[in-house]
Every structure is written in structure tokens, then in C-alpha cells.
Write a protein of this length. Structure first.
Length: 189
């Protein structure tokens, strides 16, 4: 067990040290399109998010380190003095490489769905597309209130990395992949 832990730690350290020296300018997460519609207690959402890993993160996946991408949705009613949060939801997806099958595996950690892909780019592309997601809210929205905003962001969940890699990832900009919060107007019905 301790030999395995040392080997894993050495591998992760090597991956990260290589990554510190490599460039990370091309890595980013960008929310490119969101279409959102409210219908009483349902929020219908379709999104496109461009997910691009840094060289270090991609190398880690190829060496067996699973990565979790977190996409968050927050529905807000815009107010004169303050905004009211009506609904929050997170989707977690795990990307890992299956060496024996030579395939990239994407698992929806919320629903359990698993898909496989030939390339990391195909896997990332699928992770960034949410078609016709329907979220049920606890309260019905007011059809008279026209000002609703959907805030969306996608990020690499560093807290879900293996323990040996986590401290180093916190200090490396190439691991802090996030789209930042984006705001999108929501149509009502």
C-alpha cells in the first residue's frame, strides 16, 4: 500500500512539475451560449461551454487521474434594491481515461450516465453541451415579473483531485480552470 502511495505521489508530482514549466495560455472554460426559458415551476436550459484543459490537466487524465468538472446554475429574480435567488443546481461530471480500452470516459455524477469517447477533445465537447435540461423548482415563478437572470459557470473542481495532487494544484494557475460567472436573460414562457 505504501509503495503504491509513493508511486502515485511521485507520478502526480512529476505531472505537476512538468506542468509548472509548460504553458497554460490555451486552457480555459468559456460559456459560449445559454438558452433558458421559465414555465411555471420548470426551468428549461440548453448550454454550450467550451472546455479546454491545460497540458498538465490533460497529462494527468492520460495518467489515470480523474477530473471533475462542476457546472453551476443559479436563477435570480432581478430586483430594484437586491436580487433574489430562486433556484440553484450543480452538475458534476467526471472525466477519466480507461487505459485498457484506450477510451475517455465521462460519467455524470448526478445521474450515473456513462459515455465513452475516442479522444479527450470529443469527451470535453460532450461535457460542455447540455440540451434541454429541465429543472423543477420548489416554487412557481411570477409570470408578471419579466426580469429573470440565469447565472452559469463551469470549473475544474480542484477539491475532487487526489489528495497528493490537491495542494500543488491550488498554487498552479494551470489547474484553476473556470469560466467565471456569466449572466443570461431568461424568457418567461
Amino acid at each position: 500500500m505504501s509503495v503504491l502511495f509513493r508511486c502515485t505521489g511521485a507520478l502526480l508530482s512529476a505531472v505537476l512539475l512538468c506542468g509548472i514549466q509548460a504553458g497554460f495560455a490555451s486552457a480555459d472554460f468559456v460559456v459560449t451560449d445559454v438558452q433558458a426559458r421559465l414555465d411555471r415551476r420548470e426551468l428549461h436550459v440548453s448550454t454550450r461551454i467550451r472546455l479546454t484543459l491545460s497540458e498538465q490537466a490533460e497529462l494527468a487524465v492520460e495518467n489515470g487521474v480523474p477530473l471533475v468538472v462542476l457546472t453551476e446554475f443559479v436563477l435570480v429574480r432581478d430586483g430594484i434594491l437586491w436580487n433574489e435567488t430562486l433556484f440553484e443546481h450543480s452538475i458534476r461530471q467526471q472525466l477519466r481515461f480507461h487505459g485498457l480500452a484506450d477510451r475517455y470516459v465521462v460519467e455524470d455524477l448526478n445521474g450515473g450516465r456513462i459515455d465513452t469517447y475516442d479522444s479527450v477533445n470529443d469527451a470535453l465537447k460532450s461535457m460542455g453541451v447540455f440540451r434541454s435540461q429541465v429543472f423543477t423548482m420548489s416554487a412557481e415563478v411570477n409570470p408578471e415579473s419579466p426580469e429573470y437572470t440565469l447565472q452559469v459557470r463551469s470549473l475544474l473542481d480542484i477539491n475532487r483531485l487526489p489528495a497528493a495532487l490537491r495542494p500543488l494544484a491550488f498554487f498552479s494557475p494551470s489547474w484553476r480552470l473556470s469560466s467565471g460567472w456569466t449572466k443570461w436573460q431568461v424568457t418567461n414562457r
